[in-house]
Design a protein. Structure first.
Length: 473
């Protein structure tokens, strides 16, 4: 029996039947429904849309956290939820209008996954949200389907990994078919399932110490007062894991420019590049600037970083970060890295070059759960064409004897080794650096071929692949 809003969580209190019938849906659930519906119908990016929606909402911090949980949780588990809802529907879920299908998924997430939400609240609030969104016609269907799911979901079985690996990855672990097939091909059933499970968990909150303004150990002791579970990163020399809850961007040390929010794997790409004091470094595809600012902190005032990106608005994020961190040595320039760069990056003039290429992003499904439903089977091959063009252009700017790192946040070889091998086959003055010559910090993450691989289920960080290339003198 539900209807009111529990202070601090946006969850229902017990009320009389009459009061419940007339109550408005909780604002958190309605906001989540609208965000999810636009992601489904229009392909909106969940993080961007959710951030702007919450900024305008006037919700309390706990209610914003609950709305975020509903959006990201529903997206992470959509494959499993669709499978279970399909067992309770007399029609194809995909044939329903997006708003109705989204409301069913949102309600199903609260029933099946989030056991802190009372079942009656999940059903009743889903119906009210549909009514408030103008879909009164579908309230009867939603009520019947969600009540049936609540009664039966504990007895509805999903394919077992041992018997049906593909079905298990799709219907129990919520992967689209094509990603499930690729991961089975790359990793085998057991490891593919471990990776899929890891991608359904929230990522850790990880930050990078600004070594120009703080020392990691001292900053760690300070942050432990506000983040009791804070610890040093296992591999990244400037990294601190704060735990899995909280908002580091509100911390006074963040405002003072003493740290930047950045996943450990992303930090390790810069460790692989290993920029030194006084060097000149080019970062292509640089926005929003996490790696650019890390490089600028390492090269110091005697060095310089040129960050280029084709998106002016995203490059502004790098400029703002540089100001907050006190980095006068970072310059930003709008440019398309698939085209010649001579006018802004003269050939052979940079000591180090970073190509963190645009990719399918399948290594970041924990923090971008909508990506698994947005990326299509043909996208990796299309992106590989772009990646090869960017790598060729960026390599022209590298000085003789200089170092280039190519990286992506995806798990697919056609966007990683395939791109690097295609480049090296036509560039005789470049060669991949062997594992023995790579920086010590990344050593445990480098395979025999000198490829750095970070994976969520192995290392509790984003999935990144990176290769270091040197130009002959």
């Amino acid at each position: 029996m539900t209807g009111g809003v529990r202070p601090g969580r946006g969850r229902p209190l017990r009320r009389t039947h009459a009061a419940r019938r007339d109550a408005a849906p909780t604002r958190t659930r309605l906001l989540a429904l609208r965000v999810l519906e636009r992601v489904q119908r229009a392909g909106a990016y969940a993080d961007v849309l959710l951030h702007s929606s919450l900024a305008r909402s006037g919700l309390s911090a706990p209610d914003r956290a609950f709305a975020t949980e509903l959006v990201y949780g529903t997206l992470r588990w959509r494959g499993r939820l669709d499978h279970l809802l399909g067992r309770c529907l007399d029609r194809d879920l995909d044939k329903l209008e997006p708003l109705v299908a989204t409301a069913l998924r949102l309600g199903a997430y609260q029933i099946v996954v989030d056991d802190r939400v009372p079942v009656s609240a999940a059903v009743d609030e889903s119906v009210r949200c549909l009514r408030a969104a103008g879909a009164e016609r579908a309230t009867g269907l939603a009520n019947a389907v969600l009540r049936r799911l609540a009664a039966e979901h504990a007895t509805l079985t999903e394919p077992a990994l041992a018997d049906d690996p593909l079905g298990h990855l799709m219907h129990a672990l919520s992967l689209p078919r094509w990603i499930a097939e690729r991961w089975l091909e790359l990793y085998g059933a057991q490891e593919a399932a471990a990776l899929a499970r890891a991608c359904n968990e929230p990522p850790p909150l990880t930050v990078r110490t600004n070594r120009l303004r703080a020392q990691r150990d001292a900053l760690l002791e300070e942050l432990r007062v506000r983040f009791p579970h804070a610890r040093a990163c296992r591999h990244a020399p400037d990294g601190i894991v704060l735990g899995r809850r909280g908002n580091p961007s509100l911390d006074p040390a963040f405002r003072d420019g003493r740290f930047t929010v950045q996943d450990e794997a992303s930090q390790l790409v810069v460790s692989l590049l290993d920029p030194r004091a006084g060097e000149r470094v080019l970062d292509v595809c640089a926005a929003p600037g996490g790696k650019s600012t890390a490089i600028a902190e390492r090269v110091g005032a005697s060095g310089s970083v040129l960050a280029i990106d084709r998106h002016e608005t995203r490059l502004d994020l790098a400029r703002r970060a540089a100001r907050r961190l006190g980095l006068a040595n970072l310059a930003c320039h709008v440019a398309d890295a698939t085209r010649p760069l001579q006018e802004i990056a003269a050939p052979g003039t940079f000591d180090r070059v970073l190509v963190d290429a645009p990719c399918s992003g399948l290594g970041t499904l924990r923090r971008n759960p909508d990506a698994r439903w947005r990326v299509r089977p043909g996208d990796p091959a299309r992106l590989a064409d772009v990646q090869r063009a960017i790598l060729r252009r960026a390599a022209e700017a590298l000085s003789p004897g200089g170092v280039l790192v190519y990286s992506t946040c995806t798990t697919l070889p056609e966007e990683n080794e395939g791109v690097v091998e295609a480049f090296l086959s036509g560039a005789r003055s470049f060669e991949r650096e062997p594992a023995r010559d790579l920086p010590e910090a990344v050593g445990p993450l480098v395979d025999a071929d000198g490829v750095m691989r970070c994976l969520p289920h192995r290392h509790d960080m984003d999935g990144f692949t990176a290769v270091r290339i040197r130009r002959a003198r």
